[in-house]
Design a protein around this ligand. Structure first.
Ligand SMILES: [Zn+2]
Ligand SMILES: [Zn+2]
Length: 506
C-alpha cells in the first residue's frame, strides 16, 4: 500500500495539472485586457505583466509619454498608435555591455523602456518622434530601448529617433535599442540621428535599422533607413544591426535571413583609433549568425572625414519648410509632408486615421402602419454602409384620436371657430363649438393642470393660468379652439389674504 501512495499522488497531480494547462491557455486569451483609449494604454504601466489587445487606432499626439517596462503580451491586432512623441528616458536601469563585455548601467527610451520576456505583435507606430538626451548611458528605439528574451512579431514603425549622447555606451535604432530576442516580419521606415556631445571620452556608439546592439533572430524584416551618425568615439552602424554580438546574454541568435535594407547611413568617426564599422546588414558582427542568407540591400555607406559639423537631415542654416497636407481617405491614412525648398530634407508626421465621409440619410424601406421602415447612411466617397436606423411605424389613420387635433400646446392646422373664456378657480364653463361640427367631438386641453375638459366640452378651472382647449369632429373635418384663463374670484383673493397674510401675496 505504501508503495502505491506516491504513484497515486502523481496520477492525481497529473489529472489536476493536465486540464489546468489547457484551461490556462484558454483563460489567457479570454483574460486579455482590451484597450480602446489612450488612458487604457497608459494603464498598462500599472500591470506590466498582463495580456493586452489593442482594439482601436490611438492618437498619442500631445501625450507627454513616459517610457515604461513591459513583460506581458500586447497584441496590436493590426491597429496603429500614431503621433507618439518621446522626449525622455524611462526610469528603469539595466546593465548593458560593449564589445569588450564592459558593463554599463544604462537607461532606455521608446514606446517601452524595457521588454522582458514580452511579446509585441501586429502593432504599428506611425509618425513616431523620439528625441532624448542620454545624460547617462542610454539606448533608444521607437518600439523599445531594451529587450531581454522578448519577441517582436509583425510590427511596423515609421518615424524619427534622435539620441544626443553625453555619456559613453549609447545607441539608437528603428525598433529596439539593445538586447536579445526574436524580431520577425517587421518593417521600419526610419530616420535615425546620433549626435555625440561627449568630446572628453570616446563613446561606444551603435545604430541599426532594427536593433542597434545585441543578438536576435531577425527574419523577413524590411528596413528603409536614413541614418546620421556624428561620433567622436567608436561607431558601429548597420542597416539591420549596429553590432551583432551576444554581449554576455544567454541567447543563441543564429538567424539573420530574408531581410531587405534600403537607404544610407551618413557618418563620421572622429577617432585616431579609427574602425568605422558601417555595413548594409551587420555593422560589426562579433557573433556570426549561422543562418545568414537571403538578405537584399540597396545601401549606401556615406562616410565623411569632416568632423566639424553635426550630420543632420537638414543641411540649411535657414531652412525653408513647405507643408503639404494629404487628407485621410476611406482606407488611407492622412499625413503632413514637410519639405525644405533649399535642400533634400523631407519628413512626414501628423497622421490622421482613415475615415469615411457620411452622405445623407436615405430611406431604404418606407414605414407602414404594420412595419417599421429603414434608413441608411452611406459613405459619400466609397458607398460603404456606415449606419442604419429604424423608421417608426406610421400611426393608424382609421379613428382619429384627440391628439390628431394637435399635441398639447400646438395649435390645430385650421381653426373653424374660436372663443375666449374666463373661468374661476375651481369653477367651470361650457365651451361652444361650430355648428358645422357634428358630434361626437374629441376634446383636449393643452395644459390639463390649469384646465381639464370632459367629453361634452365642459371645462374645469383647476389652477390659475392660461391654456387652450381644442376640439375636433370625429370625421376630422371641423376643429376649433377655446382660449381659457383661470383666475381667483374676488372673495377667493380675500380668503387667501385673510388666511396667509401679506407674505403669501408677496
Ligand atoms: Zn534645407
Ligand atoms: Zn468611404
Amino acid at each position: 500500500m505504501k508503495a502505491t501512495k506516491p504513484l497515486m499522488s502523481l496520477l492525481l497531480a497529473l489529472l489536476l495539472i493536465l486540464p489546468m494547462g489547457t484551461a490556462a491557455l484558454a483563460a489567457e486569451a479570454e483574460n486579455s485586457t482590451p484597450i480602446y483609449t489612450v488612458e487604457e494604454l497608459l494603464a498598462i504601466a500599472n500591470a506590466p505583466d498582463g495580456s493586452y489587445t489593442l482594439e482601436a487606432d490611438l492618437d498619442l499626439f500631445g501625450i507627454d509619454w513616459s517610457p515604461f517596462a513591459f513583460s506581458g503580451t500586447l497584441d496590436g491586432q493590426g491597429h496603429t498608435l500614431y503621433n507618439l512623441q518621446v522626449s525622455r528616458v524611462g526610469e528603469d536601469v539595466r546593465q548593458t555591455r560593449d564589445g569588450n563585455l564592459k558593463v554599463y548601467d544604462t537607461v532606455f527610451a521608446g514606446l517601452f523602456s524595457v521588454l522582458e520576456e514580452a511579446t509585441i505583435r501586429d502593432l504599428t507606430l506611425l509618425g513616431a518622434a523620439l528625441e532624448v538626451d542620454g545624460e547617462t548611458h542610454c539606448f533608444a528605439g521607437l518600439l523599445a530601448g531594451y529587450m531581454d528574451h522578448s519577441s517582436v512579431l509583425n510590427c511596423t514603425v515609421q518615424g524619427t529617433a534622435r539620441l544626443n549622447n553625453y555619456a559613453v555606451q549609447s545607441g539608437v535604432a528603428g525598433l529596439v535599442g539593445y538586447g536579445c530576442g526574436e524580431i520577425k516580419d517587421c518593417r521600419a521606415a526610419v530616420t535615425l540621428i546620433f549626435e555625440d556631445r561627449n568630446f572628453d571620452s570616446r563613446c561606444e556608439q551603435f545604430m541599426g535599422g532594427v536593433l542597434s546592439c545585441g543578438i536576435a533572430n531577425i527574419e523577413n524584416c524590411e528596413v528603409e533607413i536614413d541614418g546620421y551618425d556624428s561620433c567622436h568615439g567608436y561607431a558601429h552602424s548597420g542597416g539591420l544591426v549596429g553590432m551583432y554580438y551576444y554581449c554576455g546574454m544567454n541567447f543563441r541568435g543564429l538567424s539573420v535571413t530574408g531581410n531587405s535594407v534600403k537607404g544610407q547611413i551618413h557618418f563620421f568617426e572622429d577617432n585616431r583609433d579609427r574602425r568605422a564599422y558601417c555595413a548594409p546588414y551587420l555593422g560589426e558582427p562579433l557573433s556570426m549568425p549561422g543562418n545568414y542568407n537571403n538578405n537584399t540591400e540597396e545601401f549606401t555607406r556615406d562616410e565623411t572625414r569632416e568632423y566639424g559639423a553635426v550630420l543632420l537631415p537638414e543641411r540649411c542654416e535657414t531652412p525653408e519648410i513647405q507643408d503639404t497636407v494629404t487628407p485621410s481617405g476611406c482606407e488611407s491614412w492622412g499625413y503632413t509632408d514637410h519639405a525644405c525648398a533649399k535642400c533634400e530634407h523631407r519628413w512626414r508626421d501628423s497622421y490622421t486615421p482613415p475615415r469615411h465621409t457620411p452622405g445623407d440619410w436615405e430611406t431604404a424601406r418606407e414605414a407602414t402602419e404594420d412595419a417599421e421602415g429603414l434608413q441608411q447612411l452611406h459613405c459619400r466617397d466609397c458607398g460603404e454602409l456606415l449606419e442604419t436606423q429604424e423608421i417608426p411605424r406610421l400611426a393608424a389613420q382609421a379613428s382619429p384620436a384627440p391628439s390628431d387635433t394637435g399635441s398639447p400646446g400646438a395649435a390645430p392646422q385650421s381653426i373653424e371657430s374660436s372663443e375666449t373664456l374666463a373661468i374661476r378657480f375651481r369653477g367651470h364653463a361650457q365651451a361652444s363649438y361650430s355648428s358645422a361640427a357634428t358630434p361626437p367631438l374629441y376634446w383636449e386641453s393643452a395644459n390639463p393642470e390649469i384646465a381639464s375638459v370632459n367629453e361634452t366640452g365642459l371645462i374645469f378651472g383647476l389652477q390659475t393660468g392660461e391654456t387652450q382647449i381644442y376640439y375636433r369632429s370625429a370625421d376630422g373635418l371641423c376643429c376649433g379652439m377655446c382660449e381659457v384663463t383661470v383666475y381667483y374670484s374676488l372673495w377667493q383673493w380675500f380668503l387667501i389674504l385673510f388666511c396667509f397674510g401679506w407674505l403669501w401675496y408677496i
